[in-house]
Design a protein around this ligand. Structure first.
Ligand SMILES: C[S@@+](CC[C@H](N)C(=O)[O-])C[C@H]1O[C@@H](n2cnc3c(N)ncnc32)[C@H](O)[C@@H]1O
Length: 283
């Protein structure tokens, strides 16, 4: 069982499930017409159940189980779940196989990035071109590598991504710009950008005259969380034709933790995603 979450966890899953139902409704017709197979890929799958971690110990049903429960108007043809923690992967395997014995489910215990690359390679093969995929990338931190997303460009895949703008990027961007090499390296891999580009985007530099002469002062720009969302979206638009608006996930003190959005090469898909997101942003 995973321990994390709040109302936004539930809303995020509701958004995904609502979108998956709309996706399956639209794809139902085309899959028959063009002989397509529908693949669901979950890169950070969890156990299938989430413990909210508060005093009530309320358990919510994780995205994996919610997606597997969808049968109307149709189910996916294949489900591929990736989970890095061995014990959680085993729980997911047991939960899903016992509850959905007739579905074509694969659970792998490895790193999501490795399997996104495998999925991209597959979707480019002759057999893979007959597949349409819906991917859910739901990390708790900055585990998604930019290169993994690059591999998906131009493919027939709709990708929902939880972007750790507040919980990840903003936390690594220290006020004075003195960021450790390890953190810079993580930012570079996450954003697919070089150190200098990242620092230029998030920091301003100016010469300040002090008692001991001129000093170069580095200052973090205001609204770094919003800036990281804009940047991520701009970068995604270089890979996918369309990127949705974001569902904004805030904690109890109203601080932004994550942005949840979808990228696709299909205009209509993003229109549908935006309608769902707009509804949940008002809640
Ligand atoms: C936010 S939780 C997933 C919740 C789940 N998607 C849901 O909505 O029910 C993130 C999960 O990703 C797993 N994880 C962390 N790093 C990973 C990686 N690099 N590759 C695959 N799984 C990873 C964690 O063990 C954790 O179970």
């Amino acid at each position: 069982m995973n321990n994390f979450g709040g109302n936004w966890t539930e809303n995020k899953i509701e958004i995904l499930v609502e979108y998956a139902k709309a996706y399956l409704t639209i794809m139902n017709k085309f899959a028959v017409m063009y002989n397509w197979e529908l693949l669901y890929f979950d890169g950070f799958a969890g156990s299938g159940f989430i413990n909210k971690g508060n005093r009530t110990k309320k358990q919510i049903i994780g995205a994996a189980k919610r997606i597997l429960e969808i049968d109307e108007p149709r189910a996916f043809d294949m489900y591929y779940f990736v989970e890095k923690e061995t014990e959680i992967a085993l729980q997911l395997k047991e939960n899903t196989k016992s509850m959905f014995p007739s579905k074509n489910i694969t659970v792998v215990n490895t790193d999501c990035n490795e399997k996104i690359l495998s999925m991209s390679a597959f979707l480019k093969t002759k057999k893979g071109k007959k597949f349409r995929a819906l991917a859910y990338i739901d990390p708790c931190g900055m585990q998604l590598n930019w290169n993994s997303l690059v591999s998906l460009q131009e493919l027939n895949v709709d990708v929902w991504i939880l972007v750790p703008t507040g919980m990840g990027v903003n936390r690594l961007l220290k006020r004075d710009g003195r960021i450790s090499d390890a953190w810079i390296n993580r930012l570079e891999i996450f954003l697919g950008m070089k150190k200098e580009e990242i620092l230029d985007h998030f920091y301003s530099k100016k010469i300040v005259t002090t008692l001991f002469g001129d000093e170069l002062v580095t200052t973090k720009e205001e609204k770094a969380i919003e800036k990281s969302e804009e940047l991520y979206k701009k970068r995604l638009k270089e890979l996918f034709k369309f990127v949705s608006n974001s569902y904004v996930l805030k904690n109890k003190s109203n601080s932004v933790m994550f942005h949840f959005l979808m990228a696709s090469n299909n205009k209509f898909a993003v229109k549908v995603a935006n309608e769902i997101i707009a509804k949940y942003n008002k809640i």
